[in-house]
Design a protein around this ligand. Structure first.
Ligand SMILES: [Zn+2]
Ligand SMILES: [Zn+2]
Length: 254
């Protein structure tokens, strides 16, 4: 699988875009950067989008890709997430106040976007992939995803604090090739990380024990303002299998 990081930061600043991973040019995970990083034509070629949770840095570009592809794309974007997340997108983003309701435009029979509800741990076939959504430790029914094709499985926790179930499933998965997870704050903001359900280096250390050994770990979602401090603290963990995302645009093949 080819994974293109369109955005891999926990904040938005010059050179730092918010979460969006594109798999094999066709399956998108989170919509934090897709409108700003792809041409309208490439945006219109994406049919399926997995959304991890309702925070703005993961959903904001749903609004803009609908606006860009409205009337151009021949079929709706199929967006998949937990029922709670889909309800929030409808109520607070595409609500005809903040932004037009593209689940009804240009008309209800042929909308620009279609929201699909996922059930945690119920594997679903999406395009050429088997996708298993798994609840993680982050507000409002946030889910991580295990995405598999015939050869590989890649795990994306997206935003989470210390969690259990997704690691249980990861340890059983013989095809697992890589883990994309998060670190958001330096240790001195542990109380903020705890309340917002994110990681620091000191909560990540015990978490690594739960992950299957020898699988590469890619850390994303660093807050741009704390990048250097977080990097030092991750370096101090002294683990060779950790790769901290260097910049948006990195491409991984697994
Ligand atoms: Zn986030
Ligand atoms: Zn979040």
């Amino acid at each position: 699988m080819k994974i293109q990081v369109l955005g891999g930061h926990g904040g938005l600043a010059q050179g730092c875009s918010t979460t969006s991973f594109l798999i094999d040019h066709k399956l998108l995970i989170d919509a934090g950067a897709v409108a700003s990083k792809l041409s309208v034509l490439d945006q219109s070629r994406i049919d399926n989008i997995l959304i991890s949770h309702c925070h703005l840095d993961h959903i904001k570009d749903l609004a803009f890709i609908c606006d860009n592809c409205f009337g151009v794309k021949g079929k709706p974007f199929e967006v998949y997430s937990h029922t709670t997340v889909n309800d929030i997108i409808k109520r607070h983003l595409l609500n005809d106040i903040v932004w037009p309701d593209f689940t009804k435009l240009p008309n209800e029979m042929n909308p620009t976007m279609h929201l699909n509800n996922l059930i945690p741990e119920k594997k679903i076939r999406i395009a050429d992939y088997d996708v298993t959504p798994v609840k993680v430790k982050h507000p409002l029914d946030a889910m991580g995803y295990i995405v598999e094709n015939q050869e590989s499985a890649i795990l994306f926790t997206l935003d989470t604090g210390p969690t259990e179930r997704i690691w249980e499933l990861a340890r059983k998965n013989k095809k697992l090739k890589a883990i994309f997870t998060e670190i958001s704050f330096p240790n001195r903001f542990q109380s903020v990380a705890d309340v917002s359900e994110h990681h620091t280096a000191q909560t990540l250390r015990p978490e690594l024990e739960k992950m299957p050994s020898d699988i590469p770990i890619i850390l994303t979602h660093l807050k741009p303002n704390f990048r250097h401090e977080i990097l030092k603290e991750v370096e101090a963990l002294g683990l060779k299998r950790i790769h901290v995302l260097e910049k948006d645009g990195e491409v991984f093949n697994f």
